[in-house]
Design a protein around this ligand. Sequence first.
Ligand code: ADP
Ligand code: ZN
Ligand code: ZN
Length: 755
Amino acid sequence: DRSALVSRAPTPSESGPAILRVAVAAPLAELFDYLPPVSPAPVTLTPGLRLLVPFGRGRRVGMLLRIASHTEQDPARLKRVESVLDARPLLSPADLRLIEWAAAYYRQPIGEALFTALPARLRDPAPVLDERIPGIQATPAGLTVALDALNRAPRQRDLLALARAAPAGLALADLRASQGDCAATLRALRAKGLIETCHLAPGLTPSLPPPVSALAGPALNADQQAAVNAILGALGGFRAFLLDGVTGSGKTEVYIRLIEAVIAAGGQALVVVPEIGLTPQLRARFIQRLPGPVAVLHSALNARERERNWHRAALGEATLVLGTRSAVFVPLPRLALILVDEEHDASLKQQEGFRYSARDLAVRRAQLTGCPVVLGSATPALETLHNARLDRYGWLKLPERAGLARPPTISLLDIRDQPLQAGLSSVLRADMRTELAAGNQVLLFLNRRGYAPILTCHACGWVGGCPHCDARLTLHLNPRKLWCHHCGWSQPVPSLCPACQGSDLRRLGQGTERLEDNLRPLFPEVGIARIDRDSTRRKGELDRLLGAVSRGEIQILLGTQMLAKGHDFPGVTLVGILDLDHALYASDFRAPERTAQLIVQVAGRAGRAERPGRVVLQTRHPEHPLLQSLLREGYGGFATVALGERRDAELPPFAHLALVRAEAPGASEPLAFLRAARVLAEGLIEAADAPGVHLLGPIPAPMERRAGRYRAQLLVQCGERSRLQRFLAHWSPALRGLSRTKGLRWSLDVDPQEM
Ligand code: ADP
Ligand code: ZN
Ligand code: ZN
């Protein structure tokens, strides 16, 4: 108990470290002071070590951040660290600096930020994983057997040859990365006594010889070469670049050349991507072309694999780290280059818990490290374009498709007053027939999953709504249920109207399930595949569908925005965009930007091979300025118009925003909390010397009730980032002190992406 601990505490010596400042693994903003452990730590106390500390009535994992000589607390009441969990610091001073900067900038609790940056398992008092790397090596028999003896099992023969060439052993992870799944082959070799499992010490794993399939890659065109030269010329110091290249212009090829150069010079490269699950092609290309262990980090890996890859990066062994958002924090002792692919993608922003932008932190990290950072996109975020136009970022353009591929042409198809079948106008249907007859593939984009977005009673007007949200239930037929896409709630499909018992229930509107059903009679004997979150839920299903498309077994491919990301469909010559009209009039000020990006990204899937592609966009608003500027001048022209509107409306990137969201079981509490937050803010603007900070709201959120909770928001806007930061530094701690009704939760989002 506490008194026992206190009475045992020796007085801090003059010279030795006395007070340990610790960030506890919890959403708490403050650091906590502790005394060193009773028994001498097995390792010098250094920031970056995890400690087990008494906390409240229990104990928590914490991280040592500072060693101080005095405390603001009553020293007699300080508790002792129970134990030191690590044999070496998990984070270096540079890593800690980045994370502390992020926590301060985004006004997030330091404990939460730190432990978001670490592999999940290390939030518990678990020791770090055994850092030895599981591998295989040839047995004495395997070293001497004649390889010809295995001629009838060529895979076994090839793997054994690889193992023989690496007497210290081969890491299983590398083997899997370069050879694919080879578990059965390895089992067979083990059963024959030709190989055995072993452990490799980190730092000693030999790099596999580049896979047999490794290609030199095409000769770069002039634009690519200029981009590579500019970035290579910046190595060794900080510089940010926008690699602004249309889809298929060879951005990935530029990344590969850059990474090759960095690895050859003994450095490490970090590649951050929005969603790895959707970009297996990118991963495969990196692994095929680049030497040295690649550490992949994403949520589909199990916790141990992820932690193992994290250690390989942190120990300097992996030369390339490829990962989603949180990879931006992975320790890399020889970091020399950071790449962010699809930098415009909203999923680079973490929307819950520790809210941060992995893209913006990548730039900050490059600055702290002193290395170049490259943001790549065919549709750059307006913020990034703005920085490029102001010359803050080097602007590298790849305006043309690499090789022989031609860019797609986009045309609008006015469907006002047109009869539609399966949501397709007769013009689009005819175009599809022409392409299919010529042996080409067609892609249809409909950004709405399920069968029908509305189920309604024709007699009384009842509409299926979610009992927990201000939202309608979507009808799904496979499996058959009414489903809320906002909270996940579902119910059986009623056969009679729940309100009037009438039997005439009608399905209004069309989702991807219905589109698929409606297409089959229109295009009999044509292979049709649907790609959306529902059709690809089963593991391996997405790969199976993509495989069928690339082998030409599928002629019509339909789906949601999953189709807009990462995959190439070289056989597709016609893209139909069916219904984006609702997005043209959405309330979020970023909706036009996101819509333009989606159109251009979907269009980019077409005609990547030698056959040119065509994009047909069905709309009832052909005169809409967004569509017009996009059509006439492409994404760059659209961006100019959109940036002008942002400037007039004083929105990012011409102003900076922070959003406080509050939610509670009742409708009035979030608004009351935010009103109090506003009063508090008004009183602080002067104290913070932050004139020009404007408060907008509170107002109910666009969907006020979700998952049974009412939501509201208060927006803070300021023309100057530093002023906004100064204000937030005063306001956010004060917000924590505001009284809250039971069940009320709130969060602060700096540079919010969605509102
Ligand atoms: P992006 O990443 O910009 O979409 P990629 O790097 O994937 O573009 O390149 C698109 C296609 O063009 C790929 O098949 C790639 O191998 C090929 N390619 C890239 N650069 C060249 C080049 N200089 N010459 C010929 N083909 C190229
Ligand atoms: Zn009814
Ligand atoms: Zn719901």
